[in-house]
Design a protein around this ligand. Structure first.
Ligand code: FES
Length: 111
């Protein structure tokens, strides 16, 4: 039961095996599209899937280190902070807490 308490706001999204070795996938959590990305160091991040520049799925972009690059106009976002690190985007995207429990990936997205 203590496990449930510690994960109560986290939703199980996928297993680590279901993620690309370095890359991203999209999941819908609490009605929001979330980009689940594994960076070059093997760390898993969860950010809002919609690019802050236009309505484009970031999970279809490329990972470079701990950065994801939007495929449409090349904006780059730091997966750890959601901050834009390359134009044309100037607004950050939301970042959500990730928890790994064994092989399972949990993400907490506010309702
Ligand atoms: S839509 Fe992502 S950079 Fe333009």
């Amino acid at each position: 039961m203590s496990e449930q308490t510690s994960t109560e706001e986290f939703v199980r999204v996928c297993t680590l095996d279901e993620l690309p070795q370095v890359g991203a996938a999209c999941a819908e959590i609490n009605g929001k599209r979330v980009c689940i990305a594994r960076d070059s160091a093997g760390d898993v991040h969860a950010i809002d899937d919609t690019c802050s520049h236009a309505n484009v799925s970031l999970s279809e972009g490329d990972i470079d280190g701990h950065t994801i690059e939007c495929w449409l106009h090349g904006s780059r976002f730091d997966l750890r902070s959601g901050e834009p690190t390359g134009l044309p985007a100037t607004e950050p995207v939301a970042v959500y807490p990730v928890k790994i429990d064994g092989d399972d990936v949990y993400v907490a997205v506010p309702n």
